[in-house]
Design a protein around this ligand. Structure first.
Ligand code: FAD
Ligand code: E0Q
Length: 459
């Protein structure tokens, strides 16, 4: 038995998604884990019983939850989404399936439910969680960190040997690390923001629109989406430019609940009657910013490392930020077990995950254009038809982009590289065509064999 004093100790900042999952994994590996979280305990009744914000959970996230024995509890509250339900301006709808059948679907989960399940498991695994502790400043040389309780502004100082930053896109640990050494941070804000709204349950309970889909209202330069919640509601998110000079609706031109109502009446007429609190929600909910955060380095020797949004925040258009953060947690726990010196573990983590984070950041940006402007475009639909056909003919080689990202554990960087090759093949083969009739399938087979080696896990 190792004595309490000899156990390896680590301090995690942020008990959100990545932090709580990492705490479970490390505690089970014998680490003595202490978590500090800015907010209050979401398990305490009445705590910020506010809006239900949901997230799409895909295979990478499920795989990580499995490693923490959290998957069954999460899936019990998840709503299946088979594909995108595209809502045209004339009110017609069409389901674009994400995968080949119901084994290839994604899941809508409540952020709060997910967080509560993970916090419970972390505590049960032996982690200590301190709420109302906002990281404020760090003395890396002395190993002291100061946290503030925002209820009374009182400081709380602690000693640490290593800090792990799971404190999200606005990471205070990242800021503290950069006061010590340059980290090459750049952030690129999108010139679009988002607003969250809600569709309530039907009068007799149940869902007002198809529950098993991710609804999208693509409108060219902007769009609306809705994800189901298990209690019969949907969380609606409107993505709009911040400003525009060509008459496109924007956060600069939509100034009030009344303006928002008029926008919905014109551009989302089938959604309008589903959102009875549109005007109030518009005026009460602040718009959210969207951006990508790039860092050249993620760690400071053995003293500190960043993961999840703190290291590589991305735009949400692929629904992969949480999935990627969970994948980070599993990788970091594995590398901290493998290396005796945490400096080596953190360096290995950075080397392993940075190329993948960059790849999904890029794919997430590209998916915004695809979602708002391409999903109802005939060329795009023909390319997707060919993609399906080539997958059927060459299932181990031609694996659709969405499938690699969402239903497989293929490293994101590999998925990006293969997607680029595949897109070239699709664009070239469908150029100038309106159907797949008369395609030279033998020539296509040669190209596929030449350019796409078999992919691990495909078939
Ligand atoms: P967070 O979940 O942000 O957790 C950070 C935690 O740290 C929080 O609990 C916070 O209170 C705490 N904290 C912050 N500062 C401090 C401090 N100074 N001291 C102590 N604690 C602190 N991802 C998906 O996979 N699927 C989706 O469908 C999806 N949809 C999205 C939609 C939108 C509109 C947005 C904005 C994001 C979406 N994401 C989605 C991304 C996802 O929300 C993030 O990638 C994910 O939450 C990152 O997890 P994290 O643990 O790194 O950070
Ligand atoms: C998913 C699931 C916020 C958000 C979350 C998502 C997705 C989208 C569009 C958005 C991407 C897709 N997608 O449908 O291709 O798969 O999570 Cl906007």
């Amino acid at each position: 038995m190792v004595s309490e004093r000899d156990r390896r100790q680590v301090t995690i900042v942020g008990a959100g998604l990545a932090g709580a999952l990492l705490a479970i994994l490390l505690s089970r590996q014998g680490w003595q884990v202490t978590l500090y979280e800015r907010r209050g305990d979401p398990r305490i009744k009445g705590y910020e019983r506010g809006r239900s914000i949901n997230l799409a959970l895909a295979e990478r996230g499920r795989n990580a939850l499995r490693a923490a024995d959290a998957e069954a509890a999460v899936m019990a509250k998840a709503v299946m989404m088979r594909g995108r339900m595209i809502h045209a301006l004339d009110g017609s709808r069409e389901l674009q399936r994400y995968g080949r059948d119901d084994s290839e679907v994604i899941w809508s989960v409540h952020r709060a439910d997910l967080n509560i399940i993970l916090l419970d498991l972390a505590e049960r695994a032996g982690a200590a969680i301190h709420f109302y502790r906002r990281l404020h400043t760090v003395d890396f040389d002395a190993g002291y960190a100061r946290f503030i309780d925002d209820r009374d502004d009182q400081p709380h100082d602690i000693r640490f040997s290593s800090l792990i930053g799971a404190d999200g896109a606005g990471s205070a640990l990242r800021a503290a690390m950069q006061r010590r050494a340059p980290f090459g941070e750049t952030s690129e804000f999108l010139d679009h923001s988002y607003k969250e709204l809600e569709i309530p349950p039907a009068a007799g309970g149940g869902f007002l629109i198809e529950p098993n889909a991710l609804h999208i209202w693509p409108r060219g330069r902007y769009m609306c989406i809705a994800l189901p919640n298990d209690e019969g509601t949907f969380t609606v998110t409107l993505f709009l430019p911040n400003s525009s000079d060509d008459g496109t609706p924007s956060f600069a031109s939509i100034n009030s609940g009344k303006d928002a109502h008029a926008l919905f009446a014109r551009d989302f007429p089938d959604a309008l009657p589903l959102i009875p609190r549109l005007k109030q929600d518009w005026e009460e909910h602040p718009p959210g910013l969207l951006g990508t955060l790039y860092l050249e380095r993620w760690h400071l020797s053995r003293r500190a490392v960043l993961l999840g949004d703190a290291a590589h925040a991305m735009v949400p258009f692929h629904g992969q930020g949480m999935n990627c953060a969970f994948e980070d947690s599993v990788a970091l726990a594995r590398l901290m077990q493998k290396h005796d010196d945490l400096a080596d573990a953190f360096a290995a983590f950075e080397a392993e995950r940075k190329p993948d984070a960059l790849a999904i950041q890029q794919m997430a940006l590209e998916n915004y254009i695809e979602m708002r402007d391409r999903v109802d475009d005939p060329d795009f639909l023909l390319q997707r038809q060919l993609e399906r056909e080539l997958q059927q003919r060459h299932p181990t080689r031609f694996v659709p982009h969405y499938t690699m990202v969402t239903f497989m554990l293929t490293p994101y960087a590999t998925a990006l590289q293969r997607s680029e090759v595949q897109r070239e093949i699709l664009v070239e083969a469908t150029a100038g065509r309106s159907t797949l009739d008369g395609l030279d399938w033998q020539a296509l087979e040669r190209v596929v064999h030449e350019r796409l080696p078999p992919l691990e896990g495909a078939g």
